[in-house]
Write a protein that binds this ligand. Structure first.
Ligand code: ZN
Ligand code: ZN
Length: 56
């Protein structure tokens, strides 16, 4: 489910933002489309980095 507009997304159409780590639909995936929070708490930035490592 998209964190921005709340629409239903499945695993094929959901995107994880590399900045905030939330899941979004194809329309909201870009940071400027979902008011991306650039000031990420340190523990969350570590989490996002782990996600990036796993997705490579
Ligand atoms: Zn959306
Ligand atoms: Zn974001």
């Amino acid at each position: 489910m998209c964190e921005n507009c709340g629409c239903q997304t499945d695993f094929r159409t959901s995107y994880t933002c590399s900045r905030c780590g939330e899941s979004f639909c194809i329309d909201c995936r870009l940071p400027e489309y979902h008011n991306c929070t650039e000031s990420i708490p340190r523990k969350w930035s570590n989490y996002v980095q782990n996600v990036k490592k796993l997705s490579i």
